[in-house]
Design a protein around this ligand. Structure first.
Ligand code: UP5
Ligand code: MG
Length: 207
C-alpha cells in the first residue's frame, strides 16, 4: 500500500501500563472520535498463534510464554497485511482526509522493528508512551490475570516481560525521543484521567 495514504501513531508502554488508547470503551471512543483503525501487535500474534494451519503457531506461543519478542519478520508481516487489508476495505470512504489512520499498539518493541518498519512500510507521526511504575503494572496484570486467560499473565512471565521491555523496548522509545516524536503520558491515574490526556495529545496532532 501507499505510505503517503496513512497516518500512524504507535502506542507503547510497559506490559500492563494500560494502553487505554487502544482498549475497551475508551478505545472505541477514540477510534470513533478520530476515525482510527486500532491494531494491537500482541492481538495479531495471538490470533496467528491460534489460527489453524499456521506455520508459526508453536513458535509464537513459546516466545510469548517466555516474555520474549517474536522474530520481527513475523510480526511485521502480520501488521503490514492487517494494514493493507484495512486500506482495501475502506478505499474511497471512511477515512478522514482520505488518509488511513492507524493506532498501532504494542509495536515496535525492538530497534530493528522500528527501523525496518520506518524504512519499508511507513513512518509514524507520533509515539504515545504510557509510563508508570513496575509495581502498578504488576498489580494491574495480576488483577487482569483472574479473567484474561493469557498464558503470560503470571508473576514469573511478567518479570521476564519487564526485563525484555527495559532492555529492548526502551531503546525504541529513546530512538523516537531523539526524533522528537514521543508524547509521554503518566498512566498511573484512573482510566478516565489517562484517556483525557491521551485524547488531548491526539487532538493536537490533528489540529
Ligand atoms: N488498567 C489499565 N489502565 C488502568 C488504569 N489507568 N487504572 C487502573 N487499571 C487500569 O491494561 C492492563 C490491565 O490494567 C487491564 O486489566 C486494565 O483494565 C487495567 P491493558 O490496557 O491491557 O495494558 P497493556 O499495556 O495493553 O498490557 P499488555 O499486557 O497487553 O501489554 P503487553 O505489552 O505485555 O502485551 P502485548 O499483547 O502487546 O504483547 C504480548 C507479547 O507478545 C509480548 O510479551 C511479546 O512476547 C509478544 N509481542 C512481540 O513479540 N512483538 C510485538 O511487536 C508485540 C508483542
Ligand atoms: Mg496490550
Amino acid at each position: 500500500f501507499d505510505a503517503q495514504k496513512v497516518t500512524v501513531i504507535y502506542v507503547l508502554g510497559g506490559p500492563g501500563a494500560g494502553n487505554v488508547i487502544g482498549k475497551g470503551t475508551q478505545c472505541s471512543k477514540l477510534v470513533d472520535a478520530f476515525g482510527f483503525c486500532h491494531l494491537s501487535a500482541g492481538d495479531l500474534l495471538r490470533e496467528e498463534q491460534n489460527r489453524e494451519g499456521s506455520q508459526y503457531g508453536e513458535m509464537i506461543r513459546t516466545y510469548i510464554r517466555e516474555g520474549n519478542i517474536v522474530p520481527s519478520h513475523v510480526t511485521m508481516k502480520l501488521l503490514e497485511n492487517a494494514m493493507a487489508g484495512e486500506m482495501k476495505k475502506k478505499t474511497g470512504d471512511g477515512w478522514v482526509d482520505g488518509k488511513g489512520r492507524f493506532l498501532i499498539d504494542g509495536f515496535p518493541r525492538k530497534l530493528d522493528q522500528a527501523i525496518g518498519f520506518d524504512e519499508t512500510v511507513c513512518l509514524a507521526s507520533l509515539v504515545i508512551f504510557f509510563n508508570t511504575s513496575e509495581d502498578v503494572m504488576l498489580q494491574r496484570l495480576l488483577e487482569r490475570a483472574k479473567t484474561s486467560g493469557r498464558e503470560d499473565d503470571n508473576v514469573e512471565t511478567i518479570r521476564k516481560r519487564f526485563r525484555t521491555y527495559n532492555e529492548q523496548t526502551m531503546p525504541v522509545i529513546e530512538h523516537y525521543r531523539a526524533l522528537n516524536k514521543v508524547a509521554e503520558i503518566d498512566s498511573t491515574a484512573a482510566v478516565e484521567e489517562v484517556y483525557h490526556v491521551a485524547r488531548a495529545t491526539v487532538t493536537k496532532l490533528f489540529s
